[in-house]
Design a protein around this ligand. Structure first.
Ligand SMILES: NC(=O)c1ccc[n+]([C@@H]2O[C@H](COP(=O)([O-])OP(=O)(O)OC[C@H]3O[C@@H](n4cnc5c(N)ncnc54)[C@H](OP(=O)(O)O)[C@@H]3O)[C@@H](O)[C@H]2O)c1
Length: 313
């Protein structure tokens, strides 16, 4: 369980959502896939994680492929936090077969040589507590069964999937014994027309949606039909456009989790993100629908088209 927020700015705590195993997760997560040059993920995110924590973020999203888990461990150490102060998620990578995690052959490196996340079967310090959430980034199928073993062994409190379609979820539910806690997917108004299916399907199965690329209309596809609608709603609510898009993503996923990142990592940016969840009121049904309808005019995605190609069931 997360300990009470002790962020220095006295900010209001970001609300949490309950996973299907009873674990509470902050609905706003700080993602560490930060690309300062637009291409390469930053390898040392310790300062960013520390700033995010001071701004009220307690949920950190990592991935093996980002290559910066070690610096997340360093940030926790430098902040002198108990492991319970943060909810830490990471995602496995295809290149490192999950069986090496399972059998403890590979421990995630940390600045302290004490895995903050990973597979140490005999935790010795609070820093070695198991992962809060381990997400199957690309494997699915057989990988899922290995992940179930990780959870049963207590090496990950919760397990989930990423970029999973309805047919992927169905396969997991057929072969597995544990319902994924989350499905981490790209979601913004320009892909919602096709993503609505997986969003609602996950909801019906008790799988929480974790959104990435919520800000794509601003960052990847500026000048599209969503801009004017979001700008108008932002001015009605005395909010910023990114706050409106974060709120939209949270609400259309039935109160799901939204991941954000920041290359500039300025205090004002992180504060703006956080305030969307601690101070801003919700969008009305009409406002949500207006944004969705504008996005449906121009379907586009940041990450490939596989999620659009849902096989007919
Ligand atoms: N599972 C997967 O396949 C997957 C894929 C991608 C990402 N993720 C996760 O999701 C996290 C979030 O990543 P994301 O790509 O979705 O990031 P994002 O939060 O959608 O976008 C972050 C970018 O938006 C910019 N921004 C914020 N407000 C803005 C505004 N009002 N106008 C213009 N630009 C604005 C920020 O600029 P500044 O730099 O100026 O702040 C920042 O560079 C990642 O870190 C990662 O953990 C997962």
């Amino acid at each position: 369980m997360l300990s009470t927020l002790t962020a220095s700015n006295g900010s209001t705590t970001i609300p949490t959502i309950r996973l299907n195993n009873g674990i509470q997760v902050p609905v706003l997560g700080f993602g560490t896939a930060i690309k300062p040059d637009g291409k390469h993920t930053k390898k040392d995110v310790s300062e960013d994680v520390k700033l995010a924590y001071s701004e009220g973020f307690q949920h950190i999203d990592c991935a093996e492929r980002y290559g910066n888990e070690m610096s997340v461990g360093a940030a926790v150490k430098q902040l002198v936090l108990s492991r319970e102060a943060l909810f830490i998620a990471t995602k496995c990578m295809f290149l490192f077969p999950i069986s090496t995690w399972l059998h403890g052959a590979r421990h995630l490196p940390t600045a302290t040589d004490e895995p903050i996340v990973g597979t140490n079967p005999e935790p010795k310090t609070s820093l070695q507590k198991s992962l809060d959430l381990f997400v199957d980034d690309v494997g699915l199928g057989k990988t899922w069964l290995l992940m179930e073993e990780l959870q049963k062994d207590g090496k990950a409190t919760s397990i989930g999937v990423s970029n999973a379609r309805v047919d992927d979820i169905d396969e997991i539910l057929k072969i597995g014994g544990i319902v994924p806690a989350v499905n981490q997917i790209e979601l913004h108004p320009y892909c919602y027309d096709k993503a609505k299916n997986i969003v609602d399907y996950c909801h019906s199965k008790g799988i929480i949606i974790e959104v990435f690329c919520a800000l794509a209309p601003l960052t990847q596809f500026p000048g599209g039909p969503v801009d004017v609608v979001v700008k108008d709603i932002a001015s009605q609510l005395n909010a910023t456009e990114d706050q409106v898009l974060l709120k939209w993503a949270h609400q259309v996923t039935h109160g799901g989790i939204v991941l954000v990142s920041s290359a500039s990592c300025k205090k004002t940016r992180l504060e703006g993100y956080r305030k969307a969840f601690t101070e801003m009121r919700g969008l009305t049904r009409d406002q949500l629908d207006a944004i969705s309808a504008a996005g449906a005019k121009k379907h586009q995605r940041v990450y490939g088209t596989r999620m659009d190609e849902e096989p007919s069931l």
